[in-house]
Design a protein around this ligand. Structure first.
Ligand SMILES: Cc1cc2nc3c(=O)[nH]c(=O)nc-3n(C[C@H](O)[C@H](O)[C@H](O)COP(=O)(O)O)c2cc1C
Length: 174
């Protein structure tokens, strides 16, 4: 593993309609981390039925879409927050693409997922399966963008995970 040189965490998010990015932005505010959004090279369709058809196909076949250049590299970080929407009971494929390109051995991964209360996805298990050498913590599941309860949910989740020595202070909320 590359020796971590950044004290702060990296927050990586993929979002189609903005919910996951809002969660990522809140995490950045809370942790003081670096935030990177990832984008597929080929944007997903705007129309829902076309989008759903494509996503179903990608999830079924395990397709990993190519990403736009510029996505952050996990190397310098010890702690990473990785977030994506639940698409068809799975991690949205662009995040799978990003994870697959990283050396995450020995890193602490904190997954977060936005969903609409539909088909569930066991994000913790999926991320652990994709990143077997990482220390994957229990995922935070957020309905849509978390609404007004988002900061409280983040605080609780972060405090639970401080058990395993988070290398940065988690500020209190007023
Ligand atoms: C193609 C597609 C498939 C989805 N599948 C699910 C699902 O299986 N279960 C679920 O709870 N939500 C599902 N959703 C809802 C999204 O996970 C939810 O709207 C989420 O908040 C979107 O996050 P985003 O704004 O960051 O893209 C799906 C949304 C889309 C567009």
């Amino acid at each position: 593993m590359e020796k971590p040189t950044r004290q702060c965490p990296l927050i990586v998010s993929y979002s189609y309609s903005g919910h996951t990015h809002r969660i990522a932005q809140a995490l950045q505010a809370v942790t003081g981390g670096d935030w990177c959004e990832i984008y597929p090279w080929q944007p997903y369709p705007m129309g829902f039925s076309e989008l759903l058809e494509q996503v179903r196909r990608e999830v079924r076949t395990g397709y990993r879409p190519r990403l736009l250049p510029g996505a952050a590299d996990a190397g310098p970080y010890r702690v990473l927050f990785v977030g994506a929407p639940n698409w068809c009971g799975a991690i949205a494929p662009p995040m799978v693409s990003w994870l697959a390109k990283q050396d995450l051995a020995g890193k602490i991964l904190l997954p977060f997922v936005s969903h609409c209360g539909g088909v569930p996805c066991d994000f913790t298990r999926e991320i652990a399966r994709l990143c077997p050498k990482a220390d994957v913590r229990a995922a935070l599941e957020v309905l849509d963008d978390g609404g007004e309860g988002l900061f409280h949910a983040l605080q609780t989740w972060l405090q639970e995970n401080r058990m395993g020595a988070m290398p940065f202070p988690v500020p209190a909320f007023s």
